[in-house]
Write a protein that binds this ligand. Structure first.
Ligand code: NAD
Ligand code: MN
Length: 498
């Protein structure tokens, strides 16, 4: 393992070269139109490079390449052990290029490079390795039909999987989709978010170097209402795995109905509650994790613990602890290992966050942060912000802000806490802090969320499914269950002379 604490990230960034073309059928190509758009670093406003502005024609080419590869079996019918070897090689290549992968995400969307180098990039390698190792350990079924009949029930790859991903964890969101879809034997056409396409493009190049055959893993950068829409409406895409906002997730369901009834797996927004009971023994850890749960990655986390419900008897004490932690996490240069928080992804998102903050100042009690700031006179940065005494009906408590803004609400009983926590259109994640085992079980059983973390926040691993309930969508990434999204159940019935 490399020691990144001594890396001179600025010097390393200056030597980086960017790949901005689309990656179709195993090579980098311009968009059919020749158009490009700027890839911008939100920490400085600097243009990093030009990126191919993919549209319907580029999606057509990528889907055709994926279909041709699927049909001739160069990946889809490769022996499982051989597919495994290729994806293990890819995991190694990601590790070999860890600093570059980390820098691409940090420069493109503003996250701390030390987080990208210790969490995102190693995570990508780990997830590819995990799915690679699974490939030759999965068995299918034989139905109990009796003599004269042999009925095989197997999971088969679907064909061409479209993936549309957001900008908050660019490399890992691309990985969650691609690793499982490729492991299952599909071809993939990925449309990364326009704010952060660079790491996915490099990932596709590394996949080719690892031995993923041409046409199997294509990346078409471009905008949502053009390239993303074309993928969603494509007649020859079998499955569309989406991570992003709830509004766009709903559009993908419509695209499917308007086109070929492709399977759609939406993983969408959240407004996750964090419940802190007075019988939690370790309030210091609870405060550390509550701060991490909302301020990590600038709060641009779908499962961010953005609603904090605290039992009234400890509320003021707990909020004091949080204010101290927020003050210690002021934003700084994402390339400086001493920085505690990075830049917001772009100008539009920054302005959206600040609208919530300005409105919130009129309806709730601002106790920390609340300002947009610059670093060395530049960039999109927002202070870690806490509103206390937020009304349950306030937009601060209802809407996904997707920034470093925490809303605190006091509760008086377990029943009230659960009721408020569940009173949301979202159901992605929830956290509970208590040392009463029965309460932990009671409350987590009743919380309507895809993941409930008890005495921690944002519990996540390759081994456990990640996804939501209600309008947080129903797709599941990670774990073996994710493979179910990318395969069809097939029955093969054979008659023989008994
Ligand atoms: P977004 O929905 O605006 O964009 C996501 C992707 O969809 C991008 O690639 C974008 O280009 C594409 N897109 C946009 N409009 C489209 C259209 N009309 N047709 C087709 N594609 C279109 O979301 P965002 O702002 O990039 O990401 C933030 C959102 O993602 C938040 O709501 C967050 O909660 C959610 N998110 C969810 C998860 C999860 O696993 N549940 C993980 C990360 C982010
Ligand atoms: Mn960018």
């Amino acid at each position: 393992m490399l020691d990144h604490t001594h890396t001179d990230w600025k010097a390393r960034a200056a030597t980086l070269s960017f790949r901005g073309q689309a990656f179709i059928n195993g090579r980098f190509v311009d968009a059919a139109s020749g158009d490009t758009f700027d890839s911008v670093n939100p920490a400085t406003g600097a243009v990093l490079t030009q990126v191919a502005r993919g549209d319907a024609e580029d999606i057509n080419r990528a889907v055709a390449a994926g279909r041709a590869a699927f049909e001739d079996g160069r990946w889809s019918r490769m022996a499982p052990g051989d597919r495994k070897a290729v994806l293990l090689k890819l995991a190694d290549l990601i590790r070999d290029n860890l600093e570059e992968m980390a820098l691409l995400d940090s420069l493109d969307m503003g996250k701390l490079v030390t987080d990208a180098a210790t969490i995102d990039a190693p995570g990508s390698a780990h997830f590819f390795q995990w799915y690679a190792e699974a490939i030759d350990k999965l068995y299918d079924e034989v139905a109990p039909t009796g003599p004269g009949d042999l009925a095989l029930v197997s999971r088969v790859p679907l064909g061409v999987v479209g993936a549309v991903t957001p900008w908050n964890f660019p490399l890992d969101m691309a990985t969650w989709k691609a690793a499982a879809a490729l492991a299952a034997g599909n071809s993939v056409v990925l449309k990364p978010a326009e704010q952060s396409p660079l790491s996915a493009l490099r990932l596709a190049e590394l996949a080719t170097e690892a031995g993923v055959p041409d046409g199997v893993f294509n990346v078409v950068p471009g905008f949502g209402d053009t390239a993303g829409r074309a993928l969603g409406l494509h007649m020859d895409v079998d499955c569309l795995a989406f991570t992003g906002s709830t509004a766009i997730g709903k559009m993908f369901m419509q695209y499917s109905g308007q086109s070929n009834l492709k399977q759609v797996w939406p993983e969408t927004g959240g407004k996750s509650p964090n419940l802190v009971f007075a019988d939690c023994d370790d309030l210091e850890t609870a405060a550390d994790m509550a701060a991490f749960g909302i301020f990590f990655n600038q709060g641009e986390v779908c499962s961010a613990n953005s609603r904090l419900y605290v039992e009234r008897s400890i509320k003021d004490v707990f909020v004091e602890k949080l204010i101290a932690r927020a003050q210690a996490m002021q934003p700084g240069d994402p390339l400086d290992p001493a920085s505690k928080m990075g830049a917001i992804v772009d100008e539009k998102q920054t302005q959206g966050i600040m609208r919530f903050v300005e409105d919130g100042k009129k309806t709730a009690n601002l106790v920390a942060g609340g300002k947009r700031v610059t670093v060395e006179g530049k960039g999109c940065f927002v202070q870690p912000t806490i509103f206390d005494d937020v009304a349950h009906e306030d937009p601060l408590a209802r809407d996904e802000i997707f920034g470093p803004v925490l809303s605190v609400i006091a509760f008086d009983s377990e029943e009230q806490a659960v009721r408020m926590a569940n009173d949301s259109v979202y159901g992605l994640a929830a956290s509970v802090w208590t040392d009463n085992l029965s309460r932990a079980c009671r409350v987590s059983e009743r919380l309507m969320a895809g993941t409930v973390s008890v005495n921690t926040v944002d519990a996540l691993s390759a081994m456990t499914p990640f996804g939501g309930m209600k309008q947080s969508g129903f797709g599941r990434d990670l774990s073996l269950h994710s493979l179910e999204k990318y395969t069809a159940l097939k029955t093969t019935w054979i008659k023989y002379r008994a």
